[in-house]
Design a protein. Sequence first.
Length: 492
Amino acid sequence: KLQFLYFIGHYISMFALVAAAVLAASPVDPTKNCTLEWHTRPVDHFTYSPENDAVTFQARVFVCGEEDWNPGQPIFFYCGNEADVTLYVEHTGLMWENRQRFGALLVFAEHRYYGQSLPFGSQSFTKDNMAYLNHEQALADYAHLLRIFKKDRQTESSKVIAFGGSYGGMLSAWMRMKYPTVIDGSIAASAPILAFPGCEKATFNEYDAGYGSAFWDVVTRDATPAGGSRKNCDVAVKAAFQELFETGKTSQGRQTLKDIFSMCTVPEEDQVVNVAYLQMFGWDMMAMGDFPYPSNYITNNGPLLPAFPVREACTSMVDANGNYPSGQALLKALAAATNLYNNATQDVKCYNVSADVEQDGIWDFQWCTELMPQETYFARGQNSMFWNFSYNGTWVTERCKNLHGVTPRPYTIATQYGTEREIVKYSNIVFSNGALDPWLAGGVMVNTSTIKSIVIELGAHHLDLMFSNPQDPPCVIAARDYELQQIESWLK
């Protein structure tokens, strides 16, 4: 039987509430006491030849808090994600706020091909040069970095705790699984390591028409009273998408869509779905960023989204009694709701209707090779508030061949790390999952003596890694405290 710990937001002692206020009272300046270092790494860790050994690149590493750290004390290591590493330096409050408690040095490593860590400089993104972008090379980068880093500082005895959220959380867990002599424990937040074929997770296990639909079911739940939103918001959203597609069947209707949704040009009939995708992705991002306080994390340090943005967006869809309009008024309500994210800057004049909605930068390449989770491709079923969509593996394969010259290998991750049942073979990992976070769908729910899983009732995308805030619900305070207890046990 699979078990996990569920931290709810209502039945926590007054001590936890006091702790929240104390932690939030003195936020840490994330740029203070950091030193930028450039570390040399092999481009390819796994091919042995004189020619290959000569090809290296430099990657960014931020080292923080070294002024009051001594060799032998712990190292908190952030496994960089698919973005500029400074985003994680600036937002990973769990590391900053507990550095002194554990006497830890903070190390933030940038992922190859992201930020400024480009293996081939401006030529890094050619088809041939992209061949070295995969999670295995990234893990080897981090293991290589830590070995040299500890040797240079004569601190080989230092224990290392890995941290990461989202893809970084996946890397954090996989580091502990693949390099247990390098990583002593891992906090893997919102880490959907089971969102792969063969991992025995609902809707992800089989590589079929329903692949990944559980993701969109969680987004939908956020727009219901169960997620804290007004009643019938999900019903109104579903009706709005039906109205959008119906309106798009005529040329006059497509002109209406251009006007209501601020498209730069009138969409062609086959581009109406792109208008719909733009709205759907707004809900997607607001669900991931459904934090209990205003935050700009999900906008990549851009404008602030309001607290619980899905709830706020739902106020544009339905009134306090759950009533919603019809026709063009319903479409205008959908546009107002999704503009909370899509036009968070409040200066977008129009949206490009011809944009490739599947393309997500170089992350799309990681999808096309290892199927690193990308919700743009996931199925949507009857339980979601969006239109139905069946996953098409044949179409994905052809698309990946045409765009990147590669073919997905669906079972690579399951082969390397095993299924949900086999997670119990590993140790010293905490998997945290936010109940409001769509990536809960691919999260680990196993709880043993050595593997811990927690679900944070009012948590969105790795909320537990963020800086503490006076508006934190008790459930996330309890989750952080639990994670710190596990770190303490790993460092003994």
